[in-house]
Write a protein that binds this ligand. Structure first.
Ligand SMILES: Nc1ncnc2c1ncn2[C@@H]1O[C@H](COP(=O)(O)OP(=O)(O)OP(=O)(O)O)[C@@H](O)[C@H]1O
Length: 268
């Protein structure tokens, strides 16, 4: 891949919490870059520090050391160029607002006039396949549809980077597959950069152009793996490819090694 200036740059990021029984070193040292237009997945064993890392990336938690830079500017507060999608769609949508108003809320907060908001909202809701549900309320929709609304809201905001924290962990397998394809489509259609955190190894390989594997806590990047699968992916043919099996087996083995503490920060 040609060298381009990174959109997101994480340099020697460290985080130690002051726990009640002493310091807890959650992140040992994490360094990685995300270039514009990439779709990068992050996987790691449970408790490895994924949430801590995301909070630092989103400017919600100050790192103990190191830096996060987005488009050349240090991240010290939630950046305007970043949109977040969380697992708990139920809590991220306002039940008293329609789909249209939920999706438009961040634009309203940004001061975009109503007449300009309308087409942006409608395009984003169409993009996630909910054009027919613009004037319904979240509680009238299934869990998968609510998560589509959360994605539409992030898309309407027109971020430079979309950060997704285990967004499909709470939906059934069929819905999850549909939402994975939706993320790939949104990413391709809009050219937005995506950082997708998941504990699901198959999901990381299916979605990602790269997979960053994190070690157990105190965390470092155990491996940065390029996913050399065809760009056009679909749930049946891509997952049936021998290369898909090789890649998911490799990631699985690495995560097992991380869990057994067999890897050290100097390399694998
Ligand atoms: N506020 C806190 N105070 C002390 N220790 C914390 C705090 N938050 C997290 N930790 C510790 O930091 C480490 C990383 O936690 P974190 O929640 O970031 O991991 P995770 O990978 O998101 O976990 P999971 O896979 O279970 O979602 C864990 O050992 C956790 O116990």
């Amino acid at each position: 891949m040609p060298e381009t200036t990174p959109l997101l740059s994480v340099q020697d990021l460290k985080k130690t919490y002051q726990g009640s029984s002493g310091p807890v070193e959650a992140i040992g040292s994490i360094t990685f870059d995300v270039r514009p237009g990439e779709l990068v997945c992050i996987v790691g064993p449970s408790g490895c520090g994924k949430t801590t890392l995301l909070k630092c990336l989103a400017g919600l938690l100050p790192p103990t050391a190191g830096s996060v830079t987005l488009d050349g500017a240090a991240v010290t507060a939630p950046p305007k160029k970043m949109a977040l999608v969380f697992q708990e769609y139920g809590r991220s949508l306002y039940p008293w607002l329609t789909v249209r108003d939920n999706v438009g809320l961040p634009l309203k907060a940004r001061g975009v006039p109503k007449a300009e908001r309308r087409p942006v909202i409608e395009r984003a809701v169409e993009e996630v396949g909910l054009g027919h549900a613009l004037d319904t309320y979240p509680w009238q929709l299934s869990g998968g549809m609510q998560q589509r609304v959360a994605i539409a809201r992030a898309v309407a905001y027109q971020p430079e980077i979309l950060v997704m924290d285990e967004p499909f962990a709470a939906v059934d397998a069929q819905t999850r597959a549909d939402l994975e394809d939706l993320v790939r489509r949104v990413w391709q259609d809009l050219g937005v950069t995506v950082l997708f955190v998941t504990h699901d190894i198959d999901e990381s390989v299916y979605l990602g152009g790269r997979v960053l594997m994190l070690s157990s806590s105190p965390t470092f990047v155990q491996e940065d793996l390029a996913i050399d699968l065809p760009a056009e992916r679909d749930q049946l043919t891509t997952r049936a490819l021998p290369r898909f099996t090789e890649l998911r087996t490799h990631v699985y083995e690495q995560i097992q090694r991380a869990k057994r503490g067999e890897v050290v920060a100097s390399g694998t």
